[in-house]
Design a protein around this ligand. Structure first.
Ligand SMILES: NC(=O)c1ccc[n+]([C@@H]2O[C@H](COP(=O)([O-])OP(=O)(O)OC[C@H]3O[C@@H](n4cnc5c(N)ncnc54)[C@H](OP(=O)(O)O)[C@@H]3O)[C@@H](O)[C@H]2O)c1
Length: 428
């Protein structure tokens, strides 16, 4: 029996929107059961010469979708957690239209409200493209692992910061130089704040957390740290110690408590995600029956992201699933990074004189911190009489680490504020 054609309205023809049109032009949609009834684009666009675009009307402003009604599925590809994207998504759901979006900022901020409306009115809200672009991580959690209990999800969720960290080490260039290269190549936006300050990773992590642990993960619970101040020397020291520095998001359930962390950290080179380089994303999901599942792929970009968008459209049509079904099931306490228990990488810039190591060691002892490894380098500048000391620690409390660092940073032999990164061993 032929399925009734679903009418699609597309809002926003930018990077992802163009990818969507391209795939529909080249490969079709994988089935013949859709037609594009409307597209909203602020710029002039070329409509593919395909039958599914035969009756497409074009609007110059997506606000038109507040009045326009001839569609079953709204595909929102404008972005932003406010403004027109928010208006048309809420409006569509209220009008009992399905919604497919790539908008992580919107989904992350309004998770609770959007899912509530979608469930109440019985339409689908799909957002595969919002997390890790071309990796179907939402479907993995929402469908494939539905019979498992997930205990932890972690990974590299931002391609721009991964590209920067990878290229700094392989080309021996500073952060600012690689950021410029990334902007020229189109991997970073002219305002890179969301990517390099960890905000984009936090958006995606909050969605994964809400989905995996069937909760409402408020973005306010995630304190993101980024890579803006990363120094090439730390990537090199980490490398010589057997680690790579990676910008990660971690969401872990322990008992009734969820820990969400977003920061650059040292990851042992034999870990799955240490080998996810350049603009790639990689996600590990730990669950009780499948143990560790690892997914790697293009985390962004026009065509991989559009692939996710089309897969959501087809899911709505084929599965005829209604309602997002993402309901809060449990009340979890959201823990903060201040309560982290783990190991650390520290780089001290000190005077080169007796008493330095013992001064640091004394403060460590007072705070129950024990050293795991230490390397010392004389300053390259012969006149500076300085030294660099790199220490890794065994597991300790983050609070104790910061108490110790606050004291050490005030010691006379310290020449620059101590640099610290967390080390993630990802042991189950
Ligand atoms: N790019 C990626 O690789 C990627 C990956 C995953 C998820 N996403 C998400 O996908 C969404 C779209 O991202 P994108 O990279 O495609 O952004 P983009 O290139 O900036 O495209 C957004 C488009 O929406 C248009 N627009 C803005 N307001 C409009 C309005 N009132 N009416 C009609 N069109 C309007 C913009 O037009 P103007 O050009 O005139 O402003 C622009 O062409 C965002 O939520 C983003 O987070 C993107």
């Amino acid at each position: 029996m032929a399925l009734k054609k679903k009418k699609i309205a597309i809002a926003g023809i930018g990077t992802v929107g163009k990818g969507l049109l391209k795939i529909l032009e080249v490969n079709g949609n994988g089935s013949s059961d859709i037609e594009i009834t409307a597209i909203a684009s602020r710029k002039k666009i070329n409509i593919p010469k395909k039958s599914l675009f035969k009756k497409t009307c074009i609007f110059s402003d997506a606000e038109e979708f507040l009045k326009y009604d001839n569609y079953d599925i709204l595909v929102e590809l404008i972005g932003g957690d406010n403004g027109v994207a928010k208006k048309i998504v809420f409006n569509a759901l209220k009008k009992k239209k399905h919604v497919v979006t790539a908008n992580k900022a919107l989904i992350s901020r309004y998770w609770k409200d959007l899912n509530k409306i979608s469930n109440n009115v019985g339409v689908s809200l799909k957002f595969e493209a919002a997390v890790a672009g071309g990796i179907p991580i939402i479907k993995i959690i929402d469908e494939f692992l539905v019979s498992n209990n997930i205990s932890r999800i972690y990974g590299i969720l931002n391609g721009t910061s991964n590209y920067i960290l990878t290229k700094m080490l392989t080309t021996n260039k500073k952060f600012s130089e690689i950021l410029k290269d990334a902007q020229n190549l189109g991997y970073a936006e002219s305002d890179p704040t969301f990517d390099i300050d960890g905000i984009d990773t936090a958006h995606k992590l909050s969605i994964l957390c809400s989905l995996a642990f069937q909760t409402n993960c408020d973005l306010k619970n995630i304190k993101a740290e980024g890579i803006r101040n990363i120094d090439l020397s730390d990537l090199k020291y980490a490398d010589s110690l057997g680690y790579k520095v990676k910008m990660v998001g971690i969401s872990q359930l322990k008992g009734k408590e969820i820990k969400n962390y977003v920061y650059p950290c040292l990851v042992a080179k034999n870990n799955f995600i240490a080998n996810v380089d350049d603009v790639y994303n990689g996600v590990v999901v730990e669950s009780n029956f499948c143990k560790k599942s690892f997914f790697q792929g293009e985390g962004a970009g026009s065509l991989p992201t559009a692939t996710s968008v089309i897969s959501d459209i087809i899911s709505i049509i084929k599965l005829n699933k209604t309602g997002s079904k993402h309901k809060k099931k449990s009340n979890f306490k959201m823990d903060t990074v201040e309560n982290r228990f783990g190991s650390y990488y520290l780089r001290f810039t000190t005077e080169d004189k007796p008493g330095v190591i013992s001064g640091i060691a004394d403060e460590f002892k007072k705070n129950n911190i024990s050293m795991k490894s230490m390397l010392q380098k004389e300053s390259k500048n012969k006149n500076s009489k300085g030294a660099t000391i790199v220490i890794t620690t065994h597991d300790c409390n983050e609070k104790n680490m910061f108490l110790a660092l606050a004291k050490i940073n005030k010691m006379k032999f310290i020449k620059k504020k101590t640099i610290y990164y967390r080390i993630e061993n990802f042991i189950s």
